[in-house]
Design a protein around this ligand. Sequence first.
Ligand code: BG6
Length: 468
Amino acid sequence: MTGFPKEFLWGGAVAANQCEGAWNEDGKGVSIQDVLPKGMAGPRTGKPTRDNLKLEGIDFYHRYKEDVKLMAEMGFRVFRTSIAWSRIYPNGDETEPNEKGLQFYDDLFDECRKYGMELIVTLSHYETPLHLSEKYDGWCSRELICFYKRYVTTVFTRYKDKVKYWLTFNEINSILHAPFMSGGISTPKEQLTETQLYQAIHHELVASAWAVKLGHEINPDFKIGCMILSFPVYPLTPDPSDVIAAMEKDHSNTLFADVHVRGYYPGYAYRYFREHGIKMKVTEEDEAVLKHTVDFVSFSYYTSSCASADRERAGEGKGNILMGISNPALKASQWGWQIDPKGLRYVLNCLWDRYQKPLFIVENGLGALDTLVKGDDGIWTVDDEYRIDYLREHILQMKEAVEDGVNLMGYTTWGCIDLVSASTAELRKRYGFIYVDRNDDGSGSLARYRKKSFYWYKKVIESNGSEL
Ligand code: BG6
């Protein structure tokens, strides 16, 4: 194999809660994101507040036609977005869906298909209906499996001829670090026992397997994948104790993909449960349904970290959700996330060797401060050569991995249009090829402008990755 396969899925990714806005329109219920005005790490409010940028987002809900057209102009072969669960089931536990919410995604998906774009849709991207969090403590409750099954059956049936690729939970392993944002768990993290946390994880894993089973029954051509926050962990030194520390840290991530791909918990997980006194309720039906394994493995990739046997050093570095020790060999972004293109080749090889399942990079990109300038033609643009450099280096490493024999299906860059950050709820942390005139204080015309990277990515897609 030289270069990318000709059917390679180039595109971009967003999530409903970070771009749609219209947080309470057309019958949408409140989601956990609507009460996180400062992002993942900030305080939770009881109800949506005006200083929450996400409530209006980039107004994608009303402007999606213009945005999809721009994506089509770049030649996107695929667009990744999520369905906001609370648009379909506003509280999450109703028996009948909200027709207006369903209609919105019909219209959006039709618009994408008009340009020949495939869709890859995340069923749950950090946007559990708030009611499920408040009444049931989110995924701590087994009842969520039922509500999720009802929701996914509704959307699988409705969009069975429009969407081919599905992801069950965004970055499912992030629940270990962000139980509210990732799992809708309202019990404060410090009060949550490990048994409760792993029980919630188990419920999500079972729900994910149900989605695979139900989806394949509804349309056998569906390709349903898991989605993992990938985070290569290197030993800080060659000391074997550091190597083991890195392996153990890695296990806390691989656990999730292992269950999705193999259909059962790995031995190292049982050891961890034993040694930490974790006792979960696992039924025979759970064990049977877990055997419905995923068609492909998708993941996000932004950064890597180091691990050391010296426990005092853990958590020194910066990352969006997972943290580790900074790598002295790497530089970092303006937000302190270390930049490691070779880590992407490494992760691709590790996942391929471990699972022999097709892989899909569904998030990667550089969050940076952009400055709008007038181009020679008098049109506003951003000279974002730094973003082009970042993406070029990562795509080169993807190419290396393909040469290594890795089966890679596609690449969707994160935040292909500027959107609200998940960790900090800022808009000035921009990832897009398309600039959105909106500022952190809520000002701005919401007009869209093509950045320099827009034209660059268009060429990358046109040449199937040979012109970088
Ligand atoms: C991933 C999430 O963790 O990273 C996205 O799936 C998120 O929702 C992305 O936006 C980038 O992180 P941030 O905090 O810069 O938005």
